[in-house]
Ligand binder design. Structure first.
Ligand code: ZN
Length: 368
């Protein structure tokens, strides 16, 4: 496994936004660049992941900061790519994949396939067939291109390191992908089926959200002695616990109901009725399939706001732990989860520490 992955992210993305760098724009709950970095790390296919950027500082607070290598980019894309090759030479890589950060939607399956085809080829390029009819203009003459013979090339593009290095060092023209180097020299290139969803984000319009939905969740459980207290999926030391058919976790129940509300899918009782099957079920086990279903339907969560209504325990003491736990369960960034504690001036059942209630509002978007 002598594979190396290079992510080019030094572009100024002038066509995208005047002030914001495209690679750091939020797309499907994270920055565009995070998708490529996290996916390549998760694939476990690479010895090293190299990010070429002119914004080193930006990466210092990232979770994956220690797992990647960062080098400075050049003036043009081809300069950045050459910088990467020069940097990696000392590691003697066999295979190298070069990828534009502007394509966050490739799959790990594509990475595997590219590497697989490198066994018998020196350059492997993913492509898709165009849907549009293409004209080609050359010195004021227009030509019709045969659509069936036209290929739209994508990244990641995979190469044997040695060959790409030699071509890249010698190249003088500005190029927009590495496949160009091989094609210009008439070297053999293996084209494999790319992925329709692996689009390049060029304009702000390319990131579409079709619609935003909101969902509201509410729950209340009675406090009883001799039961453990669970809030937000973690155990909290307290004199009583919440009575219920499950572990009585009001926060997770309210979140589950908020999601079901936003996706117009009835309520928690519909999926987890008070039957024997669900007796004493952990609430995280109720939330997880609902979350899975949410992401599978191409929804993403924008933010989550929670009111925990109780006299005790004090929310401030457990806020961070609860948010961490919810972040883990929902895979939502911690920075998008808010938890507020609300007392009721010692009024009523909640005021007398006989019950705890929770309300949640969630915002979700469906991406095209
Ligand atoms: Zn409940």
């Amino acid at each position: 496994m002598n594979n190396y992955f290079v992510i080019l992210a030094a572009g100024k993305s002038k066509r995208f936004h005047k002030k914001k760098l495209k690679q750091f724009f939020i797309y499907k709950n994270k920055e565009i660049i995070d998708h490529s970095i996290e996916k390549s790390l998760n694939s476990k296919l690479f010895k090293r992941i190299l990010v070429v950027t002119n914004n080193l500082q930006h990466f210092k607070k990232k979770k994956y900061y220690r797992d990647i290598t960062i080098i400075k980019g050049g003036k043009e894309r081809s300069d950045s790519s050459r910088n990467a090759l020069k940097y990696l030479k000392k590691y003697r890589p066999n295979n190298i994949l070069i990828h534009d950060a502007a394509r966050p939607d490739f799959t790990i399956k594509l990475l595997t396939s590219l590497i697989h085809h490198l066994k018998k080829n020196k350059a492997v390029i993913p492509f898709i067939k165009p849907n549009d009819t293409i004209k080609y203009k050359f010195k004021n003459n227009l030509f019709n291109l045969n659509r069936d013979k036209a290929l739209f090339t994508q990244t990641p593009q995979a190469f044997r390191f040695k060959e790409l290095y030699e071509l890249s060092i010698k190249q003088e023209n500005k190029i927009t992908d590495e496949a160009t180097l091989f094609i210009d020299k008439d070297y053999k290139v293996k084209f494999i089926q790319g992925e329709k969803q692996n689009n390049k984000i060029t304009y702000l319009d390319d990131i579409k959200t079709s619609k935003t939905f909101f969902g509201l969740g509410f729950d209340i459980h009675k406090l009883v002695r001799n039961k453990k207290l669970y809030l937000g999926g973690i155990k909290i030391p307290f004199h009583s616990g919440l009575k219920g058919h499950s572990d009585g976790d009001v926060i997770l129940h309210a979140i589950t109901d908020a999601i079901l509300g936003a996706t117009i899918k009835k309520d928690i009782g519909t999926y987890f009725p008070n039957t024997k099957k669900f007796k004493n079920i952990k609430s995280s086990k109720m939330l997880k399939p609902i979350i899975k279903d949410l992401y599978r339907s191409n929804f993403t969560i924008n933010n989550l706001d929670i009111n925990l209504i109780c006299e005790q325990p004090k929310v401030s003491k457990y806020r961070e732990k609860i948010i961490n736990s919810i972040s883990k369960l929902t895979t939502l960034d911690k920075g998008l989860i808010n938890l507020k504690g609300k007392t009721v001036e010692k009024l009523g059942l909640i005021g007398k520490e006989k019950a705890i209630a929770c309300e949640v509002i969630i915002s979700i978007s469906k991406y095209d």
